[in-house]
Design a protein around this ligand. Sequence first.
Ligand SMILES: NC(=O)c1ccc[n+]([C@@H]2O[C@H](COP(=O)([O-])OP(=O)(O)OC[C@H]3O[C@@H](n4cnc5c(N)ncnc54)[C@H](OP(=O)(O)O)[C@@H]3O)[C@@H](O)[C@H]2O)c1
Length: 305
Amino acid sequence: MKIVIAGGTGFLGHALAQALAADRHDVVVLTRGGAPGSDDASAPRRVVWTPNGNAGPWAAEIDGAGAVVNLAGESIAARRWSTAQKNRIRESRLLATRSLTTAMREAPKPPRVFISGSAVGYYGDRGDETLTEASAPGTDFLAGLCKEWEAAANAVGDLTRVALVRTGIVLDRKGGALPKMLPPFYLFAGGPIGSGRQYQPWIHRDDWVRMVAWSLTNDAARGALNATGPRPITNKEFSAALGHALGRPSIMPAPPFALRIALGEMADALLLSSQRVLPVRATDLGFRFRFSNIDEALADIFPTR
Ligand SMILES: NC(=O)c1ccc[n+]([C@@H]2O[C@H](COP(=O)([O-])OP(=O)(O)OC[C@H]3O[C@@H](n4cnc5c(N)ncnc54)[C@H](OP(=O)(O)O)[C@@H]3O)[C@@H](O)[C@H]2O)c1
């Protein structure tokens, strides 16, 4: 199948593109950057696009493709959330999504499926409440962003199957949030964040890639899909598991006031908020996780211990 991945150069998109290309799919990555050639005929092909809300010459790749995957957008955690940065985070996702949906609508042969990114931030800060895809959205910045982002993707719901991947914290050694958590542990100063009672929805990167690949071909996978592991744990449990995997103690809590001084609003939204999310839709549709248990996931990620 021909699969077009917008944002396919990123932490998740690159892993997905590699896995799909290895499965002999014809993978095209839309990137704002250069499009270097590759000697490897099976490597994902890069095509330059301008995600400005409109279609462009790149839209020829969408016409006749089997699937489009949308992971493009300004990084959520790269910079402190000034008003300008929050605008960039929001606008980049909405414009990229509109570019893709415009291209799909204009294509003589639109794709059979559109997988569009979203995040567990959709639910906001919800304490111990069990959250499924049917739960109501939260009210903070990320929740509003996810609602708008999903609505922008649903604009082609009459044209193609739309699946909205509400991703949790994706665990991998080389990218995403996990490498940023390691330094205090290596310095024997790791521990829970704040009270540690907040639920932290996690998923091993391999399972995230497998779930997106599965949703490409599973016609029942439509609407919201929580891309989180089936056994949600608190930050305290996660920190203990990480300490164990690294052979380091997990006893020094990071005080919320210090995180708020360092990170501002981002500290509450990304580190202190609680989302006890269950992947009900994927599980009901028969998706099987390789890593359900945090200890097994971390043992796979840090195999030397
Ligand atoms: N990683 C996680 O744990 C996690 C959790 C929940 C949700 N998500 C969401 O899943 C999506 C993919 O995550 P990721 O970790 O792979 O992100 P990432 O590494 O930051 O990659 C995002 C890609 O989007 C493109 N991009 C960056 N800034 C952009 C802008 N201003 N306008 C348009 N495109 C831009 C970049 O591609 P080019 O530079 O090649 O154009 C980049 O490769 C993101 O929307 C993220 O918010 C991720």
